[in-house]
Each structure stands twice: as C-alpha cells, then as structure tokens.
Ligand binder design. Structure first.
Ligand code: SF4
Ligand code: SF4
Length: 359
C-alpha cells in the first residue's frame, strides 16, 4: 500500500533540497539552518564502548562570552534551534548561563546528555531556561547499559533524569539508543519500558564506525539489521514514535514502511556543527579535522560561513563520482547516504543488505 504521508513529505523534501542547491549554484543566500549543534566539550564522565567522541584533544574550549557572541549571531540570522552535545554537555559549568542566553535571544534549545548529572537542581534550571528538548541516551536494560557505559550507576541515573525532566514537564524528553550487537536482543524490552517512563520519542541509530566503535566489532550484521528493520516496521507508533536515525539515510524496501517521511543528511541544508574551539563543520559525528572544516567563527561571521561553505554537501557531486551511486535507481531517494558511514563503506543499504529490493 502506498504510504501517502511519505510521498507528500518526499515531494516537499525534494522541492526544499532542490531549492537550496539552486540557490547555492546561483550564489544566492541560503536560508538559515533549522538547527546549529554545538559540540561544546569532548570531556565526559562516562566511558562508552561505542563512543565516537574520542577523536580530538583540544587545548581550549570556547569561553562563555565567545559562545554567547555566536548565539547573538545565530539569533540575528533566525537559526531555528541551538542544540548542545559533546562529550557530556553538563560538564560545562556555564551551560545554564549559555542556554538562558540562547532563550533570551529567542532561540529554541536542546541538550543531548547521558543524564548522569541531571539531578533536581539541573532539571530545574533546564526547565527555567525553557530548554525545549532533552535527549537522554539509554543503550539497553540496566546491566547492558551499565556495561556499555562503563559505570554501575549510569542506567539508574539516566532513568532518574528522564523521570525528573518529565515531572517538570520539559516539552520533549526523548531517548536515544545506539544499536549495536550488544543491545539488539533488548530492543523490544526497551521499547516497552520507554512509554512507562513517559517517553514519546525514541531515536534509534545504528552504531557509527567511528571512535571506539571503529576498533570493536559492534555493528549489527546483515541478519541483525534485517531483524531490526522488520521489528521497527511492525511497531505501533501511537504510544512511542520511533525515529530511525538518518545515518542510514535510505532503507531500500523498508524505507516507506519504517519511516513516514524521508530523511536526508542535513549538513549544509538544515544543519551544521560548531566544534569545541569554534571551527564549523558538518556534524558532530565527523572528526574535527582540517578537511572537514568550513571555517572558524573566531575569524569569520557565521552567516558568511553558512552561505559560502558546505559546497561539497550541497552540490552532491558524490552522486556522480561514486560509480555505484551514479548508476543507482535509488539515488533520488538516498541522496548518497551518510558522510560518516561512507568513510567506512557502510553508507549504502544495497551493500549492507545485498538482497534488499527497491522500495
Ligand atoms: S548506491 Fe549510492 S545512491 Fe544508491 S542506495 Fe547506495 S549509497 Fe544510496
Ligand atoms: S554525516 Fe551522517 S551522522 Fe552526520 S548529519 Fe549527515 S547523515 Fe547525520
């Protein structure tokens, strides 16, 4: 049966992406990003097996005044949302001050956290700063989560954080789960648990082949991936909406059964990332290396970087230079996949599941 909701959303998405590409080619200004993600620190209080954030060491982090100045630029440009990730964002002592400032400037805000440091006091300032969205990581049931996170209290702290934030009625408290071979058997029980914690949105993403996960054999194999897609396909979304992460941008025959709208890599279209020391790159999952940087906010206004940078993402030359994509019938659906997954050759559903058929 045709998924009409999906097809309408696809028309809108194609129109939007095509419009940005045309504007970029014509040298016209690009609409402001829907969200800017601040990779605020690489410090973390936990030690996760699959962590992607172990790539770089920084001599210094942005100061409070520097990030507040950048927030003023984002607000003036009418950026939609300012989301903070890390490392563990709550390790920055100035996080409350920064997010209050963002709210005062009219920016919608969000935090991605492991939840460990969200005690009553933190939950109260998060609520008072009108933080719209808090995403807490939960990677399995108690034993598995604690093993993955390397801390015996990490599960109970994360669950406590979710309960506190929901009790204070923070508008969107979601859970993010990185799917690996380790937690796949617990996915169903986890799904049953989340509504009981008051969670309505579950972000599921297959582990990325970066950071510590690069060395470990954590990625689900083909049969496990098929199981996961079949599982999500049959889930009832009325009590818990599952967002299947855009690092698998296209799911072949499962695409329109697992999703109600297409996803795409948002870099340069709706999103970008500010790195720990002010360099701008595509997304937090990319290493903060010279080749991934579009410019530095320390010497260039954000507006200029946003309008002039990100050419490689906007022009999508990859769809012609990658011979497989050039000949692929699904290139209009897939758009070439996730840039980070691509670095390890795990960006293509037809490579991961050779028997996958067209949608
Ligand atoms: S060949 Fe390229 S465009 Fe086609 S599904 Fe794979 S990654 Fe996407
Ligand atoms: S590179 Fe991958 S993880 Fe990063 S924004 Fe794009 S799809 Fe998402």
């Amino acid at each position: 049966m045709t998924n009409l909701r999906y097809e309408f959303a696809k028309l809108r998405t194609d129109f939007f992406l095509g419009g940005i590409q045309d504007r970029y080619r014509a040298g016209k200004p690009i609409p402001p990003p829907g969200y800017v993600i601040w990779d605020c620190t690489r410090r973390c209080n936990l030690n996760c097996l699959h962590c992607g954030a172990v790539k770089e060491k920084y001599a210094r982090e942005l100061s409070t005044e520097q990030i507040k100045g950048f927030l003023d630029q984002f607000a003036a440009m009418k950026v939609g949302m300012f989301a903070v990730t890390g490392g563990e964002p709550l390790l920055r002592r100035d996080l409350a001050e920064v997010l209050f400032h963002a709210h005062k400037r009219g920016l919608k805000t969000g935090i991605a956290t492991n939840g460990f440091l969200v005690d009553q006091g933190a939950a109260e300032w998060i609520k008072a700063a009108r933080v719209y969205s808090v995403q807490v990581s939960l990677d399995g049931l108690e034993t598995t989560h604690n093993r993955i996170r390397g801390n015996e209290q990490s599960y109970s702290q994360a669950v406590h954080a979710i309960e506190l934030l929901n009790r204070l009625k923070v508008p969107l408290v979601s859970v993010a789960t990185t799917v690996t071979r380790n937690n796949l058997p617990e996915i169903d029980e986890l799904r049953q648990l989340l509504p009981r914690l008051g969670v309505r949105l579950w972000r599921l993403a297959v582990v990325m082949p970066i950071g510590r996960a690069h060395e470990s054999n954590l990625c689900p194999d083909m049969d496990q991936l098929i199981w996961l897609l079949e599982y999500v396909k049959q889930c009832d979304s009325s009590e818990l909406h599952i967002y299947f992460g855009e690092n698998l941008t296209f799911l072949g025959e499962w695409e329109r059964k697992v999703r109600n709208r297409p996803v795409f890599c948002p870099i340069g279209f709706t999103a970008c990332c500010i790195g720990v020391d002010g360099n701008v790159r595509g997304c937090p999952e990319q290493p903060d290396t010279v080749e991934n940087r579009e410019g530095s906010l320390l010497d260039t206004p954000f507006q200029e970087i946003w309008h002039k940078g990100f050419g490689r993402y906007r022009n999508r030359k990859i769809l012609d230079t990658d011979p497989k994509c050039a000949d692929c019938k699904s290139r209009g659906d897939c758009f070439g996949g996730c840039w980070v997954m691509r670095t390890e050759g795990q960006h293509c559903i037809y490579e991961m599941i050779p028997e996958a058929s067209l949608p």
